[in-house]
Design a protein around this ligand. Structure first.
Ligand SMILES: [Zn+2]
Length: 411
């Protein structure tokens, strides 16, 4: 596919990411502008999770083969895993998911029912042994950074946690300017891919069906799309070529809590088994950024844009003011750069910066008055205004993860 909005072509043109045969297929690296987008996205997710009561952990990308034998990945998922490595008489594996690590972290001490729901989150690396033929850009990669979380809770808390996760997904999509193509209730299909526990499947499917029914969201059930340990709600998006993929997911799992013998102490003083809700707001960072590039054609919402403000001094005389403005932007945490007269005519510099949300033109009059004349990416041109007022307004919109470039229509 080589459409106008192919993320691989745009990613290279905009200097966001690339690959090199010497590093390997399916192993993209991020250039500074791509890293800026990724950093903003990761920070958004971490902040949203902290606000929603999640606690963040870090866990290693390697684990003993035994860990994945217990979780069930070895029996049900090893086709997608890299072969184990022999180290000092043991076999270690590049992890295919974060779940087993989080299950083990949960049981590092005992938990009371009063601590539940316990929400554990991590933006962590995982690996998938994709075949070379299917690798491309950021959508099919072998090294994945996953926005993952596991909620350990009682059976009665599952529905509310799943509902809250769907709500976080809805808010994130609003900030990212993404529209879901459809919601999918992903169920098991025929074949030996799934753990055999009919009663657990029935209960978890009933729970997720109820959550979807109450949400009022339209959804379709699809067989053969479940995780090997349980059913899931998948949020599907479509790319420029109309191909569908899963970005976000909410899953109910009775299997791994049992395999790892997880428990909490109930109000009755006895041991009870928690349920694990697996959820991801944006899925893998790679796939999310690929989708964002295609969705916006490189014109990201301002809070994600690699350069948020380009400073355009009309002549060399305004260069000191441009430098001063760049410093004030940096102090506010705004990503700004100067495109001076050495880069061509003002018209050429404006065209070159067409994907930048804000263009601040500084002429002799603006320099004297400490004003800026703002041009917005959508074509609007604002009258010269005090620099501090403009920066405050931009910072407020960016801080709120707004998709609006300017909220004052008096331009
Ligand atoms: Zn998981």
């Amino acid at each position: 596919m080589t459409t106008a909005h192919d993320h691989r072509r745009l990613g290279r043109e905009l200097g966001l990411f690339d690959t090199d045969p010497l590093i390997g297929a399916g192993l993209p690296y991020w250039l500074p502008d791509g890293a800026a987008v990724r950093h903003s996205l990761e920070e958004y997710i971490r902040t949203a999770e902290r606000r929603a009561g999640y606690q963040h952990v870090y866990s290693p990308v390697l684990g003993k083969r035994e860990l994945y034998e217990i979780s069930g990945h070895w029996a049900h998922y090893s086709d997608d895993m890299f072969p184990p490595m022999d180290v000092g008489g043991e076999q270690v594996v590049l992890r295919p998911s974060l779940c087993p690590h989080h299950a083990v972290i949960y049981r590092y001490r005992s938990h009371s029912y009063r601590e539940l729901p316990l929400r554990m989150a991590e933006l962590g690396g995982m690996y998938r042994s994709e075949l070379s033929g299917v690798l491309g850009g950021l959508t099919r990669v072998r090294a994945i950074q996953l926005n993952d979380a596991h909620i350990f809770c009682t059976l009665e808390q599952v529905a509310e946690e799943a509902r809250a996760a769907l709500d976080m997904i809805r808010r994130a999509y609003e900030a990212l300017g993404i529209t879901p193509a459809r919601y999918r209730l992903s169920l098991p299909g025929p074949g030996g891919k799934y753990v055999a526990a009919p009663e657990k499947w029935r209960r978890s499917t009933a729970l997720l069906t109820d959550v979807l029914d109450r949400s009022g969201l339209p959804y379709e059930a699809a067989e053969g799309e479940a995780a090997f340990y349980g059913p899931k709600i998948d949020v599907q998006v479509t790319d420029g070529a109309g191909r569908e993929s899963t970005l976000s997911t909410v899953q109910v799992d009775f299997h791994q809590p049992e395999r790892f013998d997880l428990h909490y102490i109930g109000a009755d003083g006895a041991r009870h088994r928690p349920v694990m809700v697996h959820r991801s707001i944006i899925g893998s960072v790679e796939r999310a950024v690929a989708h964002l590039i295609e969705q916006h054609g490189g014109a990201f919402p301002a809070w994600l844009a690699p350069t948020q403000l380009v400073i355009l001094p009309i002549s060399d005389s305004e260069l000191p003011n441009a430098t001063n403005l760049a410093r004030r932007c940096a102090d506010l945490g705004l990503r700004a750069r100067i495109a001076g007269p050495d880069r061509g005519s003002l018209g050429a510099r404006i065209r070159e910066a067409r994907l930048v949300p804000y263009q601040a033109v500084i002429g002799a009059k603006e320099a004297t008055d400490d004003h800026v004349a703002l041009r917005l990416r959508d074509g609007r041109r604002l009258a010269p205004q005090p620099t501090d007022d403009a920066l405050t307004h931009i910072s407020t919109l960016i801080g709120a993860h707004s998709t609006a470039l300017w909220t004052d229509t008096a331009s």
